[in-house]
Design a protein around this ligand. Structure first.
Ligand SMILES: [Cu+2]
Length: 215
């Protein structure tokens, strides 16, 4: 109930901002530490993290083929100090991710397991200085583990939409720089997988959406 009330309050705040004659020059922050609204995009609530894995919000523009912008370098997860860094990575389906063992003397392992069926898609040893390149086979979430150090874990999500974002642990999320238009928004959660996509009209300014009751 708290989440619903929060989003309702934020929607009211958004409507107020739209009615103002002066365009907002920066994201609005309500006094008391309410979530930040994007200057141009969507914000709202999704289900809270499940088992430590945050919800993912994917946005796809209707009728427009997304043009991928090449970053020039693959995403990278470092193994150093007995941790993966970063511990969360959002990648695009088809892109490669490079694991680098940057330790001077500690051997690691990279095991990647699909959450959808629990099947390992990679199990490789990574000696100091070695690199392992992987391309995830399908959209969805993947646990990353090191067999040699049980505390070493990370999480990768592969998306195939134009814009995607991890929600915060409490479920709040924000997608900025989204041009006005008609979109589909789809939610993914660790305990429910892909939920039904729903249509959303994004207008000028901030558009609030409540995804706490996933379809
Ligand atoms: Cu390790």
């Amino acid at each position: 109930m708290m989440r619903l009330r929060l989003v309702t309050a934020l929607l009211a705040l958004s409507a107020g901002a739209c009615a103002s004659d002066e365009p907002s020059s920066q994201a609005a922050v309500e006094e008391g530490g309410a979530p930040i609204q994007p200057e141009q995009g969507i914000y709202g609530m999704a289900p809270a993290a499940a088992g430590g894995v945050p919800s993912v919000i994917m946005l796809k523009r209707v009728g427009v083929t997304a043009v991928r912008t090449e970053t020039g370098s693959p995403a990278r997860i470092d193994q150093f100090g007995l941790t993966f860094s970063p511990t969360r990575l959002l990648t695009h389906l088809g892109d490669t991710t490079v694991f680098s063992n940057s330790e001077s003397a500690v051997a690691h392992n990279v095991r990647i397991r699909a959450l959808s069926d629990g099947v390992d898609i990679l199990d490789a040893d990574a000696n100091p200085g070695e690199r392992i390149t992987v391309t995830l086979p399908t959209t969805g979430g993947y646990d990353v583990l090191c067999d040699m150090h049980p505390g070493m874990t990370a999480f990768i999500f592969a998306s195939d939409t134009g814009q995607s974002v991890f929600a915060e642990t409490d479920g709040t999320f924000l997608l900025d720089s989204v041009p006005p238009g008609t979109y589909t928004v789809q939610l993914w959660t660790a305990d429910g997988g892909f939920h039904d996509a729903r249509s959303i009209e994004i207008t000028v300014g901030s558009t609030g959406i409540d995804l706490t009751t996933p379809g």
